[in-house]
Design a protein. Sequence first.
Length: 260
Amino acid sequence: MRLKDKIAVVTGAASGIGKEIATAYVREGARVAIADLNLEGAQAAAKTLDNSGTRAMGVAMDVTQEDQVDAGMAQVVKQFGGIDILVSNAGIQIVEPLDQFEFSKWKKLLAIHLDGAFLTTRAALRQMYKQGRGGSVIYMGSVHSKEASVLKAPYVTAKHGLIGLAKVVAKEGAAHGVRANVICPGFVRTPLVEKQIPEQAKELGITEEQVVKTVMLKDTVDGEFTTVQDVAAAAVFFAGFESNALTGQSLVVSHGWFMQ
Ligand code: NAD
């Protein structure tokens, strides 16, 4: 058990990658708060992991809302007694060409990815610094933290931005033993990706099969999707690494789509 009795908050964990990270963390001995816009989904996910509520809890949180983030984190501290790990994972995707991108959609995406990362980080750091036992902050970046793709201007911008934020947290957090790192997955077949396959097909005028083969997996070494389990394994590794030797880094988990 690599995370025995650690307390983790995972945002966007009612679905997809976050849900699998929450599952892996509980398996590794952590107590996990599943924070999500979708409270029902968060509570259902928590119940599946631990029916008694002692190792997993669902928390209502829109990560773009300062009051909801602060209240949600306070609820975790009250119920579980602290915060040792933050996984800032909540995210969405919107695909449109840049010249047609609506400003409101641009702002919505940046708010979820960047305001959300900032607000949850600030709340977690306040608690971690107060506790004085270090901590781990993990951001869900993407290959799009390193590379660009057409149709994804705000997403690519936000995911690059998370690397900057992680580096600042690494520098400021070091004196408190708080580490910050970024996981950069390739395409993972979650609802976020299932939704964009037909959208990209329409925008690019190709079939859905072509989107998968010629857009999503074209540059991988083996034509394979990354899995939620692959990403969760990286999240366990970062969370369980106990010194400042591993901080300010980004790890690409993408079947070789992007090589450092
Ligand atoms: P998903 O759609 O399966 O899950 C996203 C979760 O975030 C949902 O439960 C949703 O309710 C929640 N959410 C959305 N807006 C929120 C908000 N404002 N506040 C709180 N929760 C909110 O998506 P996923 O594929 O698991 O994506 C998770 C993260 O992984 C995202 O940051 C995404 O950008 C990143 N990512 C995904 C892939 C991929 O291929 N799926 C690849 C690289 C990175």
